[in-house]
Design a protein around this ligand. Structure first.
Ligand SMILES: *Cc1c(COP(=O)(O)O)cnc(C)c1O
Length: 326
């Protein structure tokens, strides 16, 4: 089945909210969750240029990495199938191989993806050595020649694809970046989206990434710097990360966060994805009225994806990247 085209630019909508108005802050939503029906949000932004590159390089197969509920793995499965490429998902957790498939992995498999379950130790090793020739040989020997995408699909091309979020905003928001009042905020998993949003933004815009995982201090900043080097060959000074709104770690959605998301949905009629988007949105509400969201600020939240079909099952606790713990 061919992939339906993306709906670009994604819509931009304003949220009218008393709490934010009292703090003197305007909130806009960049609705990337509506970009594509089966490859939603930032996943389409990141995958589209990579799949085009796979075709151009003559590949017939793509391979990537993710956890048991990875949005990226699910999106890759559909996107690859839709563009006529075979796909392999290397999944963290060999114990999952014989377990009944959760909805996310079942979806990937139904789209035609071959799943390969590896131990957490192997997963860490592959991730850490992904650019080494020995690892590429190992993957090619096991799965056949393929284009290899890192975890979350974040590489230079993916970051460049995500930069379109900011170029679209420049056409949608009058005076975007012309005064010091614009802040763009997005949730951060691997940092590919944030890297693109920062690189694509006009100089006056400040970009804040809200880490959805715990313990990423330093590590995530280095990843984003590496993505800037890979995508643009330079650094960008206009972004920073918040490491205090991960709500306990990747995949964790504690009751207060869920209640916050429910509240927002009730007030504004928009169900927000909880493992990433709700954390970034909560940062906006917690920060409104103080730096960097001082009174007079216009903040645009990138809604990086739609809610999970079964939000309460999206739990996939994992150790912080680079921590070595398991
Ligand atoms: C994958 C994902 C992210 C993380 O994006 P990165 O580019 O890996 O930082 C954020 N939000 C949603 C909804 C996602 O699915």
């Amino acid at each position: 089945m061919p992939l339906p085209p993306a709906a670009l630019p994604s819509p931009l909508t304003q949220v009218t909210d008393e709490r934010l108005a009292d703090a003197g802050v305007e909130l806009w939503l960049k609705r990337d969750d509506l970009v594509h029906p089966t490859v939603p949000g930032n996943k389409w932004r990141k995958l589209a240029p990579n799949l085009a590159a796979a075709h151009q390089a003559g590949h017939s197969r793509v391979l990537s990495f993710g956890g048991a509920y990875s949005h990226h793995i699910r999106a890759l499965a559909t996107a690859a199938a839709g563009s006529g490429l075979a796909s392999v998902g290397v999944i963290r957790g060999h114990e999952l191989a014989d377990a009944p498939r959760n909805w996310s992995l079942a979806g990937a498999e139904a789209a035609g993806m071959r799943l390969a379950f590896v131990t957490r130790a192997d997963y860490r090793r592959l991730r850490a050595t992904l650019d080494e020739p020995a690892t590429r040989r190992e993957l090619a020997d096991r799965f056949g020649p393929c284009l290899v995408l890192p975890e979350g699909g974040s590489n230079g091309l993916a970051a460049r694809g995500s930069a379109a979020i900011s170029t679209e905003l420049a056409a949608q928001l009058p005076g975007f970046g012309e005064t010091a009042r614009d802040v763009v905020c997005c949730a951060v998993g691997t940092g590919g989206t944030l890297a693109g949003v920062a690189a694509g933004a006009p100089p006056g815009v400040r970009v804040v990434g809200v880490a959805a995982l715990a313990g990423g201090e330093g590590y995530l900043e280095r990843e984003i710097e590496a993505l800037h080097a890979a995508g643009w060959g330079r650094a960008f000074p206009n972004w920073r990360l918040d490491h205090t709104h991960h709500a306990g770690g990747y995949g964790r959605v504690p009751v207060p966060l869920a209640a916050f998301a429910d509240d927002f949905a009730r007030l504004h009629g928009l169900a927000v994805e909880r493992r990433y988007v709700a954390k970034a949105l909560r940062w906006v509400y917690a920060t409104a009225g103080t730096e960097p969201l001082a009174p007079g600020t216009r903040v645009t939240l990138v809604v990086t994806g739609p809610p999970d079909p079964e939000p309460d099952q999206g739990l996939d606790p994992e150790p912080a990247p680079g921590s070595g713990a398991d």
